[in-house]
Design a protein around this ligand. Structure first.
Ligand SMILES: Cc1cc2nc3c(=O)[nH]c(=O)nc-3n(C[C@H](O)[C@H](O)[C@H](O)COP(=O)(O)O)c2cc1C
Length: 454
């Protein structure tokens, strides 16, 4: 909450997203930090990286995209967190514990797949996508200049420029992936996340189903607009049903594609309305059609200027809170929130360089904030698969060496059982015959005899 003489009244105003109360409007944007292990596990390096952002005051710490099905996990570039097996709960719980210890709320961004933007480890498996035979291709001149060197000179990042061949997902496969994904979201609740964000922007699988460029299907998931929206709408319905009411649910979409003939802002507003009807608690707006479109996914200063207008236009059509990215200037962000342009500011690279940004705003020390210079070193190094680094924050990626980010005994603000589990309304998804009319057995049918000789 803002102190009397603090001018950042709007940025510091608490807000509710579904059942979750956020202490203010500055959140960590989802960024795949590539600090997870080879098998999608949370490493100490990853956990302490997030701890630093929680300690720096972010009200909500959103993870980078977590692979939400086994199939999805086979098509990552570099490394991402995984959550599709109960075994993944352990590392994720260590992560949420650390975030809660530093008084932030934890949000898991989770993806059902990268589709045609996926890469199989052995380069042979066809990437499961909305449509077969549509690999992406990045035009070098469209990408950020700073990573051109890596792309031109080194084979591994260079192979990112042309995607792999794709195969069309069958309807049966779509349904089983959706079900597995919804179940993975339940695992996230058990792992202690307060919020779940479905990852649907930037030309990844859900976005591919929406876009006329990447969806050439002729069945119920392709063709007319209603059909192209079906995949994302179904995923959202299933996740909402699966995770119950104790957890906040958001969806991240691109506000427009910025490609001739591509998805327009009006169409994406229509998507936003559909998602609101399906019971999500906030909408997060990012931008751009994905890898081929070049530049709006991780915008430079100029490309970030129109983003508050996205917020304004979506807010006219929906009632739930709207989050936007890339608004690094706190004075402008505060004014824009006050003017009703958006509700939440998701800070990405800005919290790479200065995780203390939210604390500095809360203490009215905006001049002490180290501002992102859009050099894209973070992006280049992570694309090369070498973790994350920033030339202006020597601590980024080395937070594990700082004892300040370590955890201690459980504090009072930490819940022992997650809010989502306490709500007690996560249905069983695996066994369709498990209905309320089958009561849980109260009495054992034979006496428990205990260990020892019979
Ligand atoms: C290294 C890196 C990884 C990213 N990974 C993700 C991701 O996993 N999911 C996502 O929705 N956006 C991702 N983004 C986009 C950011 O969330 C954000 O929208 C973008 O960086 C613009 O915000 P900023 O100007 O504050 O950095 C990533 C960006 C960067 C730089």
């Amino acid at each position: 909450m803002a102190k009397k003489d603090n001018p950042f009244k709007n940025l510091l105003k608490p807000i509710k997203i579904g059942p979750v109360e956020l202490k203010h409007r500055m959140v960590l944007a989802p960024m795949n930090d590539t600090l997870s292990g080879h098998n999608g596990e949370a490493t100490e390096q990853l956990i302490s990286y997030y701890a630093a952002r929680a300690r720096g005051g972010a009200s909500l710490v959103i993870t980078g995209a977590i692979m939400g099905t086994k199939l999805a996990s086979q098509f990552v570039w570099g490394r991402n967190l995984y959550c599709f097996h109960p075994g993944h709960i352990q590392g994720l719980k260590l992560l949420t514990d650390r975030i809660h210890y530093f008084s932030s709320q934890a949000c898991a961004q989770i993806t059902i797949g990268f589709g045609r933007q996926g890469h199989s480890a052995d380069h042979h498996e066809l990437a499961p996508a909305a449509t077969a035979g549509l690999p992406y291709e990045i035009a070098l001149e469209k990408g950020p200049k700073a990573i051109e060197i890596a792309w031109k000179n080194i084979e591994h990042p260079r192979s990112f420029l042309v995607g792999q061949m794709t195969r069309e997902m069958t309807i049966d496969e779509i349904h089983s992936e959706q079900k597995e994904f919804a179940r993975s979201c339940q695992l996230l609740v058990i792992a202690g996340f307060d919020a779940i964000e479905i990852h649907a922007p930037h030309g990844y699988l859900e976005h591919q189903f929406l876009s006329p460029f990447s969806n050439k299907r002729t069945d119920m998931y392709g063709g007319e607009w209603r059909n192209r929206k079906r995949f994302l709408n179904e995923v959202t319905e299933q996740v909402r049903y699966a995770v119950g009411t104790g957890v906040a649910l958001g969806v991240r979409i691109s506000a427009e594609e910025h490609m001739e003939g591509g998805l327009t802002r009006e169409e994406m507003i229509d998507v936003g309305k559909d998602l609101e009807e399906r019971g999500i608690d906030y909408l997060s707006l990012s931008d751009g059609g994905g890898y081929e479109e070049g530049g709006h996914l991780v915008p430079d200063k100029d490309r970030a200027k129109h983003i508050p207008e996205h917020g304004r236009d979506f807010k006219k059509a929906i009632k739930i809170p709207v989050m936007v990215a890339s608004q690094h200037d706190p004075v402008k962000a505060d004014a824009d929130i006050g003017d009703g342009m958006f509700d939440l500011s998701a800070l990405g690279r800005q919290l790479f360089i200065d995780p203390e940004y939210p604390n500095k705003i809360a203490e009215n020390r905006p001049d002490d904030i180290k501002r992102c210079r859009y050099c894209h070193t973070c992006l280049g190094i992570s694309l090369a698969g070498a973790g994350i680094a920033c030339p202006h924050n020597p601590e980024l990626g080395r937070e594990y060496a700082n004892p300040e980010y370590m955890i201690g005994p459980r504090t009072e603000q930490e819940l022992i059982i997650s809010r989502g589990m306490l709500a007690g309304d996560m249905p069983c998804l695996d066994r369709p015959w498990w209905k309320p009319e089958f009561p849980i057995v109260e009495k054992a049918w034979r006496k428990f005899r205990g260990p020892g000789r019979r």
